[in-house]
Ligand binder design. Structure first.
Ligand code: GRG
Length: 297
């Protein structure tokens, strides 16, 4: 019987965490390892691994090694991005997932290295195995896809646009371009890597997934902006109103709360419509889309 979305997320978390704990063993003699583990195992929702697994499930009856490795790699990149995003030189946040941020606990230098270390491990996971587990050609494509999503044309480039936008007004197109890169690229990669790892090749399938991921990646950010206004520090586990405090342009500052909610509904409809191509096979992905637009933290 199909499980509900919170249970599915918990199952994905168990799968990736078991592997990540093997990759990153506890080393009490190393503040670097402690900082990496602190940030990786402190309660993330594991939405990106779940998107990767749910996409792969469309195409493979049993989860392949390539899919497991892809799910771990996207979470490692996500964990690194949050550590660096919280640094004083960036958003200067002291609270994440209800706990002090990595640099508050371990100091700035170790937090920078912990982020660097997690990023390197993501590529080690994708590349470090024998050919009989994952064909080398697939590994190479997964590495390329993730590197491009995480790099200057993706997440890092989006973060640079985000930093440039402080105290400036962006129009909707510029805000959307920033979020497509900063948040959307890694969500998109999670979905594309799930498809690639599971051997999907049909172009109409890939096009439908591209439409879904473009819409849900942006919806994820719109919901984040809405929560930054409507939710509380306790519920979010990070400072509520942080974007407003930094005077950053957001969907709510540009469109108002009602306008942002209307945009969220449009994007959600688009995402759901894209999955109709797969019929009932895509119920899990549809449910994850529903979860992303209605999450409360
Ligand atoms: C510093 C290179 C670099 C990049 C940072 C993704 C990012 C770019 C910054 C994160 C800032 C942020 C809060 C963006 C909003 C969207 C987002 C990534 C929210 C957090 O993702 P969740 O909700 O987090 O999946 P959990 O805690 O569940 O893992």
């Amino acid at each position: 019987m199909a499980v509900d979305t919170p249970t599915y997320l918990a199952n994905c978390q168990a799968l990736v965490d078991t592997r990540l704990k093997q990759l990153l063993p506890e080393r009490l003699d190393s503040s670097l390892y402690q900082a990496m583990r602190y940030s990786l195992f402190n309660g993330g929702k594991r939405i990106r691994p779940a998107l990767c697994y749910a996409t792969a499930e469309l195409f493979e009856p049993a989860t392949s090694e390539a899919t497991h490795r892809s799910a771990c790699a996207v979470e490692l990149i996500h964990a690194y991005s949050l550590i660096h995003d919280d640094l004083p030189a960036m958003d200067n946040d002291d609270l994440r997932r209800g706990k002090p941020t990595c640099h508050i606990v371990f100091g700035e230098a170790t937090a920078i290295l912990a982020g660097d270390g997690l990023q390197a491990l993501a590529f080690e996971v994708l590349g470090g195995h024998s050919d009989d587990q994952v064909p080398a050609a697939i590994s190479l494509q997964l590495v390329r896809l993730l590197a491009s999503a995480a790099g200057p044309a993706g997440m890092v480039g989006g973060q640079a646009l985000d930093l440039d936008a402080v105290d400036r007004q962006l129009d909707l197109a510029a805000l959307q371009a920033m979020h497509n890169a900063k948040t959307g690229a890694l969500i998109n990669a999670s979905i594309r890597m799930g498809a690639l790892a599971a051997g999907a090749t049909d172009q109409t399938d890939l096009n439908a997934l591209a439409r879904f991921s473009a819409a849900i990646g942006l919806a994820f950010q719109v919901q984040d902006d809405i929560l930054d206004v409507e939710s509380s520090t306790d519920a979010l586990g990070k400072r509520q109103g942080a974007d407003q405090a930094l005077n950053k342009p957001t969907y709510t500052s540009l469109l108002g709360l009602a306008g942002a909610k209307a945009r969220l509904a449009e994007l959600h409809d688009c995402a759901t419509a894209a999955l109709e191509h797969f019929g009932a096979r895509a119920t899990r992905l549809t449910d994850l889309g529903n979860f992303i637009v209605s999450r409360n933290h």
